[in-house]
Design a protein around this ligand. Structure first.
Ligand code: COA
Length: 128
């Protein structure tokens, strides 16, 4: 069964991003996932201020090498009262290199959680 995926952003692995094995540092990837998550949470809810409240396990499936471009896609978004939870996939060409699930919360001007709803119409998706 196909699933709706929402393209978010892309990052290129540079020499400054790799360690002694020539693989992308996990911490750099985690930063990319957090940024991609914030972009998607803002896009999906139309909210200006969102914060990360949770990342579940991050699975690094394949190494990323210098020069490779990681495309980030979201899927399975679930909007709560003040939060949105979704999966993020990182792909190099069509191969899955990383996968996680995260939750972001929208904040009001006082820094308190505020109610959210999904934008209508939703951002464009691709079927996989
Ligand atoms: C996000 C934050 C405002 C939530 O505050 P809070 O007092 O826990 O607010 P609430 O209890 O009303 O929870 C708000 C939402 O977060 C969700 N949430 C809170 N803790 C969670 C957790 N551990 N896992 C998943 N969702 C969680 C709640 O389910 C709720 O979602 P819902 O309204 O859709 O049901 C607060 O925890 C915070 O400021 N955290 C720091 C955020 C931050 O700085 N992130 C960057 C990290 S460097």
């Amino acid at each position: 069964m196909s699933e709706q995926h929402y393209p978010i952003t892309a990052k290129m692995c540079m020499t400054k991003d790799v360690g002694t094995h020539g693989n992308l540092f996990g911490g750099i990837m985690m930063g990319w996932l957090d940024e991609a998550g914030a972009i998607f949470a803002r896009t999906w809810t139309g909210e200006m201020h969102v914060v990360t409240v949770k990342f579940t396990e991050i699975v690094f499936k394949k190494p990323v090498k210098v020069g490779e471009i990681v495309r980030f896609e979201a899927c399975a978004p679930k909007v709560g009262r003040t939060s949105i939870t979704f999966d993020i996939l990182g792909l190099v060409r069509e191969e899955l290199v990383v996968r996680t699930t995260c939750t972001f919360v929208a904040l009001d001007d006082d820094g308190h959680a505020k109610m959210v709803q999904a934008v209508d119409p939703p951002p464009p998706a691709v079927s996989r």
